[in-house]
Design a protein around this ligand. Sequence first.
Ligand code: GLU
Ligand code: MG
Length: 450
Amino acid sequence: MTIDEVVREVENNKIQQIQCLYVDNGGIVRGKVSSAKTLKQHMVGGIGLTPAMQAMNMMDELNLDSGLGPVGEIRLIPDPESFRVLPYLSRTASMMCDMVALTGNPWTVCSRSFLRRQVDHAKTLGFRIIAAYEDEFSLAHATPEGSYVPLDPTLCFSSSGMVAAHAVIADIMDALESQGIDPEQYYPELGHGQHELSVSPREVLQAADNQVRYRETVRAVAAQHGLKASFAPKPWPDQAGNGAHIHFSVWDIDADRNVFWDPDDPYHLSMLGYQFAAGVLAHLPALVALTCASVNSYRRLNPRSWSSAYTAFGPDNREAAVRIASVFWGNEARSINLELKASDSSANPYLALGGLIAAGLDGVARQLPPVPPLLVDPATLSDAEREKRHIARLPQSLGEALDALEKDEVLKEALGPDLLTAYVSVKRSEIAHFRLHDAEYEFRQHFEKF
Ligand code: GLU
Ligand code: MG
């Protein structure tokens, strides 16, 4: 869409407000609203923002170690391609923004520009990346005492769970579809009040934008049903965690061809696919600082939780951090993909997907040898067996993951020093914040914010 086409859509739909959104270093979706009349001016000239917003953590604390302070200015530039009328708010649309420095160049601390850079890097190699988030979320009632109780105590995949959540899920599916996000499968998940709704893959920048729209849509539609929806990685101590697994594949830039496909491999994964997976696994202890981005994330990554706890790789192995997803009949060559399980919705999706691409392409560049597929639950192996197979425990806290990120030359270079410094300091300030409080407070804050 061009700027003028967006303006016409705004007029035709009698839109009053356009939410111009971005995701910050704390993983929170924020933005400013443009009026319909001023939208054109905002698309051309940008919307002013203080750089300090990229120094803010999920508790709205400004973090001065980030290198970002009260002085200066950047511009939010809404991407015309991302314009969507919001079906759940009257006369309102949303657009995703890039952050641009006053020089006119992409701002070095902009996460969407970081993902664009990784997409461009892939393009120079002849590749485009296709991805889909597979989100789980919790639906809950707020009690008069101020706590949250799960909507339903039903069983995993149970038909009674489908009935319990039917009305809200129906409206969520409609609302996603009207924004160009195609629901694929829905089911009640293992945890009480936990539901999963998967969507079709898209070009990776759009997949990241869709993850923002998805989080916004689920929460808003649930609220209209009098429910709280939360994407907190671990919503309740005794219930399953909410994952946001990432399915991804690499395609030829010029041809409609999935280059992860190899009909002759036992798992139908090409050498390029094995190299990409090996890159992701090699960087995983650092990558999780981007994909499992909150203090609460590390309560989810436990053995025997199907969330992954080790740097393991295997075909249809639901305890492996990277799974080769088996192909579907009639669609073999297109459907081969890898799944990253060590990922949740407290992450900034632009950072998570950009980091995933940087890690995978590093495996391709170095032509890493295929990691032997693991056909058992890694938790059943002895420490010695795991060590022999180079299977390591994933970081057990956000702090450990950030330590690994600060040592990972490939991810550091991809992020660049400004984004890395801002991100790490914001995340370390969240660790410091939650250290001052008890576990109940941490659960509660993540439940409410995500
Ligand atoms: N809830 C699990 C997680 O934390 C995933 C269960 C599954 O879909 O396999 O990732
Ligand atoms: Mg699931």
